[in-house]
Design a protein around this ligand. Sequence first.
Ligand code: S3P
Length: 468
Amino acid sequence: MIGRVTFLKTSKFRTLKMSHDNAPTPLTSSTCSPLTGTIRVPGDKSISHRSLMFGTLAVGRSTVKGLLQSEDVLATADAMRAVGATITEQEDGSYTVDGIGLGSLLEPEHVIDFGNAGTGVRLTMGIFGSHNIAATFVGDASLSKRPMGRVLDPLRDMGTNVIARDGDRLPASIRGAETALPITYRVPMPSAQVKSAVLLAGLNAPGETTVIEPIPTRDHTEKMLKGFGADISVTRNENGERVIKLKGQPELKPQDIDVPGDPSSAGFPLVAALIVPGSDVTIENVLLNEHRTGLITTLIEMGGDIEITNRRETGGEEVGDLRVKASQLKGITVPADRAPSMIDEYPVLAVAAAFAEGDTFMPGLDELRVKESDRLAAVARGLEANGIPCVETEDTLTVTGGANNIGGGTVTTHLDHRIAMSFLVLGMAAHKPVTIDDGAVIATSFPTFTSLFAGMGASISANASEAA
Ligand code: S3P
């Protein structure tokens, strides 16, 4: 099989344009006065990626309001253009996606650079993997370290040819199967990306693809595919595991999508308002999907004053407004089985824990080791650099709150947007300013982060020595 894959030419990589290879931009965040205001965070990253992808697979025009205009999502837009979609920003900031339809993807004429975007590349590999086209994927230094085997292995089972760097890392080239095999796949780790990649490959496979999910993860792929007209069902088997069945080769119909605010991005103003004394902030229009609200549940258990108002439904998803006031938090044990519903929020939770009375114990964190950075290590090193006691094990983190004289450190962000933003939040309530070595990577998911926080009263400066 491997012998057939002759399209990976080293010359292709000479055109490589890696994101975040420019000079780093250090930022310093200093103790600030109370944060106040009513804000909106940008659109949900998971739904934004999927809107562009599913719009491409439908025949006709979808519209997307509130799309997250971040580097990650724009990389997905470029990938979808490379296979024939027309994606256009309109004057009012919404996007149109003119899809070409499942089964009709064109072969990309260039290498696809996904920058920092794990969701983008893994889901796209799923889509392309069952189309008879060849494609080569690259990413930045962070994405090139992340494991792709978790997606490439089931794709190989479905008939996709793969050549990847050692350990199934990027750069990787695939040629989709002429006729993909529908499979039954039990997802070995709690990962919505893996689940989604298999389902998306199954879209263009004749017959029924089944994904068994022992630990539930975000369900945007299932919900949105149904909305686009796919024949997809979710039941529970006798072991209580989610069983997702998808009938291949449906005709997907274009949709009008309104992307709600990203709860992962909302985590930053949420924690900042809790830890900066006197703060009172309202975050409007936040996605409240039950697989995404673990941080809110945890912060409320820690004693956070968070009121959820104006709960409503848009496009099959629950959204609401969050009013959050500064609170004295207390340390808790976060149940390990809550991890999938707050997997991207542990860095900022660790910051909240630094201001809580006593210890906060976070078990079940093994997946944090394979995010945009080894987040467990990056958080622990960042806390230590700022005088906050913590203990890191293979899959747990314990943070002891209430230390005196915290801050004053420089945090290495390892091209990880959530590490960058979390430690800027730390600086807002620490005794001494906190510096991050590179703020450019924030554009991955939350390009308006610094201006939004400045508007609430935060003090983030690009000139480290001035702010200190
Ligand atoms: C995502 C799934 C999660 C999450 C990521 C977005 C998605 O990754 O960390 O930011 O949109 O499916 P895993 O599937 O690796 O847990």
